[in-house]
Design a protein around this ligand. Structure first.
Ligand code: GLC
Length: 807
């Protein structure tokens, strides 16, 4: 198979030799974007050139102005190219190097989204351009490398004009006429850099007074070769009543060079280019935010040098290659290989952990449960220290009573976390338990019990306590919040945020939370045993047993588990309900936690299959709610079939893959996994609509007129979970305390597969092969027979070849 043109549709294809998704026109069904970040600076860029940039926090600290608009996709960072002599003589006087904002009728247009960069290639009026947008791996800036080539026979005199609007602070600045009055722009003649500052910022900073703090950055925009002119006032770039599609500056070929505090702040630089016939030239632009003016100028100077810019691009690509190659799979399914070998890891790290933003959701905050779960991806990459760092960060956002911030705003440049951060402490009942969950997975991966002793402070108590103590407080708090009949109280919601009214008065219960808590109590009893804390272990086991008994006694609905009860005692997810009769999580987690008996597990999952499985994934609940229910929450306020209201919620559907594997084996797990694989769904792009290379948060369910349509891409916790569902649920490679466990089994039609998985510092090169009738089954490690599913713990730093033969 030609790996440079995989899964081709009328909109694009995967080029796996370059590890890129190639979009062959601008007109995709929705904006198909890239989220590029280095963990501090980040940007979103769409195939048409829309998007925005930020530092540290995509909505508190946005550099450029952008309106979220999936239909128009109009705001971005723009480059116009002008023919200063209009040599073409056909009215093609100026155009843009991405489709927005001028919307030219190109002779050729292509946008390639790569891991760490995007490239726009255009041909128009006998000029070819190649515009690469990337983020420096280690400096707070983005780089635009532009190559312009004269395809014609005569010399051309051209000018490149950049354009973007400054926002410099919290987005959206709905009161922009107010906000813009605090921005000051200037042009450093000597360095050729536009600088922009803002003397008022409204981050949620506790120690400063309201609307009375400087924006602590200096934004900069620079170019190489040295710009011949600049402009920082929108009025003089666009012209009054002008537009980015037809800016006055481009019509007239003139930038006026105004700056100061009295205009409407934008940045535009003009670079001139004289190209002989066939000649190609490079221009570099940078955009970033530094902490001082001096740093801004020095970064601008350094990164506009073409060699430095080129190196940054190469380093960015190499960094992503290294990160994504830490886990490699090779199966007979090319869609699976494409998504697993790069894109999911890239989405989880660049999009979710680092950028924390996208097109459907402009974020920036850290969600307590969200980024903790995302950090599980590092376990699959053999980098458990990264997961541990995330665990420690979240432990510091816990209160001494065990409760936690639902989310908080990281604003590192503003000062220490204690001084500047603000977070929201809610009554949501599951957040704190994800700390315990992720730490348990970390321990299984590493057996690093010493990590339990690492000490972190609490939000309201500076005395450091061990991670073990942090988790105990979370568990104890959960155990103290049970209903009179012994089920966990749902509080202000559980994993499903949209169930936010179910238990606000303190009576509603969550069955899923019971399953979740049960599994944790069993794990933590084992950890307590390991620490010699016998009575604690016993207590956790007793609590687990009581919970098990109650849930199985009270929450079994006949053919499945109901999901929750409201403050007024109404059940959700019961056969009694007209809408929301059955919920996925209450079935999958009964299996994953080991709480359901084999018979009930089977019955619960059969019910899930019957009511919730669709050809495009497992629905979160069915039937969808048909009207808002103030006793349940905003989940019921979504249109029927949309997102959590009866759509496929990809995050939860991943858990169904894992439950299928546990109960029904590899074929069911694989079938379900593949049913919502974006590369597969993307083969019908007009129905699916979303990017084929990243996970969507949701896929519309049957109650939607757009059943099967993907949405809310990039910013979804399903990226890391979908990879885990694949490695554990389909390929059967799972960490356990005793060692790496391999359940070798093959879906129909597969003759084998290979997984390279690093576990406790050892690279296991695992191959599962279908044995012919003449061959015997079993396992060998480096050619020597090995009995059993769990691989031995070997010398860190070594690589071993593991072969399983199976039928
Ligand atoms: C959103 C939230 C996540 C939650 C999920 C389900 O994705 O960010 O925390 O678990 O919705 O409601």
């Amino acid at each position: 198979m030609d790996s440079s043109h995989l899964f081709k549709t009328k909109y694009g294809y995967f080029d796996n030799t370059e590890r890129e998704y190639v979009i062959t026109g601008w007109e995709t069904p929705t904006p198909w974007v890239n989220v590029i970040s280095n963990g501090d600076y980040g940007l979103v860029v769409s195939q048409a050139g829309g998007g925005y940039s930020w530092r540290s926090h995509a909505s508190m600290n946005r550099l450029t102005r952008w309106n979220q608009d999936l239909v128009r996709d109009v705001d971005g960072r723009y480059l116009h190219l002008r023919d200063d002599e209009e040599a073409a003589g056909d009215g093609k006087h100026f155009w843009s190097l991405a489709w927005q904002p001028v919307q030219p009728e190109y002779d050729f247009y292509e946008c390639r989204h790569g891991q760490g960069y995007s490239v726009f290639t255009t041909r128009y009026a006998n000029i070819e351009t190649r515009w690469t947008v990337t983020v420096s791996p280690n400096a707070p800036l983005e780089i635009w490398l532009v190559r312009v080539r004269n395809l014609g026979e005569s010399p051309r005199h051209l000018s490149l004009f950049s354009y973007m609007e400054w926002l410099l602070g919290a987005a959206p600045d709905w009161h922009r006429e107010f906000h813009k009055t605090f921005i000051e722009t200037s042009f450093d003649q000597e360095a050729g850099v536009i600088l922009a500052t803002k003397c008022n910022w409204e981050p949620p900073v506790k120690t400063r007074s309201h609307w009375n703090t400087d924006w602590p950055y200096v934004a900069f925009h620079a170019a190489w070769p040295a710009p011949v002119a600049f402009e920082t006032d929108k009025k003089y770039f666009l012209g009054q009543y002008g537009s980015p599609a037809k800016p006055g500056a481009l019509i007239e070929g003139k930038l006026q060079g105004s700056s100061g505090r009295w205009g409407d702040a934008i940045a535009s630089l003009r670079v001139t280019l004289d190209l002989d016939a066939g000649e190609e030239r490079t221009v570099v632009f940078v955009l970033g935010a530094a902490e001082t003016r001096q740093e801004a100028i020095s970064l601008a100077r350094r990164f506009t040098q073409p060699e430095v810019a080129g190196q940054a691009l190469a380093q960015s690509r190499a960094g992503w290659l290294e990160r994504t190659q830490r886990l490699q799979v090779d199966t007979p399914d090319p869609a699976l290989n494409l998504i697993a070998n790069g894109w999911l890891v890239y989405q989880a790290i660049s999009g979710r952990l680092w950028g924390r933003s996208a097109y459907y959701q402009t974020g920036g905050a850290i969600g307590f449960r969200d980024q903790l779960q995302d950090s599980l991806v590092y376990l699959l990459l053999g980098q458990p220290d990264q997961t541990l760092a995330q665990i420690r960060l979240h432990a510091r956002h816990q209160y001494a009573d065990g409760s936690v911030h639902h989310w908080w705003h990281p604003l590192p440049t503003m000062g220490s976390a204690a001084e500047v951060e603000s977070g929201v402490r809610t009554k949501i009942s599951d957040n704190r338990l994800w700390l315990c969950y992720v730490l348990a997975r970390y321990l299984e991966e590493t057996a690093d019990y010493a990590a339990l002793e690492l000490a972190e402070t609490f939000v309201d108590d500076p005395t450091p306590a061990s991670l073990w103590m942090h988790c105990r407080r979370a568990l104890d708090l959960a155990l103290s919040q049970l209903s009179p009949r012994g089920l966990p109280l749902i509080g202000g919601g559980d994993w499903n945020d949209g169930l936010n009214a179910v238990g606000v008065d303190g009576r509603g219960e969550s069955v899923w939370l019971g399953h979740f808590l049960y599994g944790l109590l069993i794990s933590y009893a084992e950890f307590a045993d390991h620490r010699g804390e016998v009575s604690l272990a016993q207590r956790y086991r007793d609590e687990a047993a009581a919970l098990n008994e109650k849930i199985n006694q009270i929450a079994w609905d006949g053919e499945w588990y109901w999901r929750a009860s409201t403050d007024s005692g109404m059940l959700l997810g019961s056969h009694e309900n007209a809408d929301g009769k059955i919920f996925l999580n209450a079935q999958t987690w009964s299996v994953l936690s080991g709480m359901a008996t084999p018979e009930r597990s089977e019955q619960a999952m059969q019910s899930a299959r019957k009511h919730l499985y669709t050809p495009y994934g497992a629905l979160l609940l069915a039937p969808a709610y048909s009207r808002p229910d103030p006793d349940i929450g905003y989940l019921t306020r979504y249109a029927s079939g949309l997102r959590e209201n009866g759509g496929v919620y990809a995050h939860a559907a991943c858990w169904a893959v894992l439950a299928e594997r546990k109960l029904h084996g590899v074929q069911s797990a694989y079938d379900l996994w593949r049913s919502f694989c974006p590369a597969v769904r993307g083969q019908e792009p007009d129905a699916y609509m979303a990017e084929p290379y990243v996970m969507p948060g949701n896929i519309d369910g049957p109650a939607s007129p757009f059943a099967g349509r993907g949405g809310w891409t990039w910013y979804t916790g399903s990226a890391a979970w979908y990879l885990r569902a694949l490695i554990e649920g389909v390929l059967g490679v799972e960490a356990s305390m005793e060692g790496l466990r391999i359940q070798a089994a093959l879906p129909a039609g597969w003759d084998g597969y290979r997984v390279n998985r690093t576990f406790r510092g050892v690279v296991y090169d695992i191959q599962v092969k279908r044995a012919s009738s003449a061959e015997s089954t079993g396992c060998t490690i480096d050619g020597q027979p090995w009995l059993g599913e769990t691989l031995p713990i070997l010398e860190p730093g070594t690589t071993h070849r593991v072969v399983y033969m199976c039928h």
